[in-house]
Write a protein that binds this ligand. Sequence first.
Ligand code: ATP
Ligand code: MG
Length: 435
Amino acid sequence: MAFPVKDTATIGIEDGEVTVKGWIQEIRNLGGISFIVIRDRFGTLQVTAPKKKVDPALFEELTTLPRETVVSVSGEVKASNQTELGLELIPSALEVHSIAGSPLPLGVVDKVNVEFDTRLNSRFMDLRKPEVRAVFSLKSLLCELIAEAMRMHGFSEVHTPKVVASGAEGGATLFPVEYFGKKAYLAQSPQLYKQMLMSTGMDRVWEMAPAFRAEHSNTVRHVSEFISFDGEMAWIENQKDVMDVMEAVMQHTIAGMIERGGKHLETLGKEITLPKAPYPILTYSDCIERLQKAGMDIKDGDDLGTEGEKVIGDIMAAEGYDMYWIMEYPTVEKPFYIMEKEGTPYSHSFDLDYRGQEISSGGQREHRYDVLVSRLEEKGLDPASFSSYLDAFRYGMPPHGGWGIGVERLLVKMLDLGNIREAILFPRDMHRLSP
Ligand code: ATP
Ligand code: MG
């Protein structure tokens, strides 16, 4: 087969004789003529085989192959007003690369409602569906846009260890690892490392990497492995400096998704809207007040909770805002590294919420060594087990702050996907470790 190889995105009527490679999606045998639909990463192409015009052995083989078999089909491109591409392929040669078993564990085109668990069990098959794959094309674009925005703001990309000696976000969600006879953990976040870098002159760093949390709850927004997009910056006046960068990065990223994601959004049947900016700033106390007004049984000091976040989301949506900041959470609710707002029970922290759900937490960090040590003690943590982190604060640490964003949470909200697992190729949770 010496014909030029074409895919369904670039094939044209002027191509003459070509080879197309893909999966056999469907075969319709109508006696005198057979239609074979071949799918590649871009779309589908109809191969039209009139029995009388095609070599009998080729006709027999081509029209009896099991669905999802992987082939190269060569032939002549002809115009057709019956197909979406406006053309069809009249086959003259066939190469079978891999015959698919049957029955298939999961249909690719069947319009049957399949349980999500069944889809995840055969994820490789599920991902053959263009609308499922589109999510991951968009996720790839999202990561590209984030990288672009961070570069624009003068941040360097870094890579911190994922096997660590101590947790940063609370002991309950640590995964223990056996490490050459020592006890280690999978990193819950790059928090301690990105902060240590602030003492070095690497003033602006970012990372996009897996984070691991042994979440014991089964929700649509928690998984045990997710991609965390973290930023940390030194020499800030206050947390507003961090929020300004984040907001610019978010707007650049979402605008880019709208501008460059068109084809995939169409496949998915979704639209993205650019959040109205500047994002309004609420304080935690504002939120408590608003929730009480809305009739919720909640008091100062309580966690806003999933329900509280949702109600705030509805209130903000009514004012035309998809994204908004919630600042100054109670210090007791926050990790040890967040700076306290002096003389108050609140902290220099923020969450970024997107349509009723937290997608990010951040804030100004405590950079004063003595205060940091007492913060650890207040949280019941042993400063000795944080000694290598604390050392970075003993010999000169500039004021700094940063954030961590769950990439999948951001994508799920942007695309209204419902379940975070829709945005993860092979999700990990309490009940799933394979595939
Ligand atoms: P939540 O209260 O929603 O469980 P959190 O406050 O515990 O989240 P943080 O420690 O603030 O989470 O982590 C920063 C961000 O990382 C979160 O805003 C979220 O986007 C993401 N994230 C945290 N835990 C998970 C998880 N288990 N699965 C997916 N994303 C997560
Ligand atoms: Mg948080």
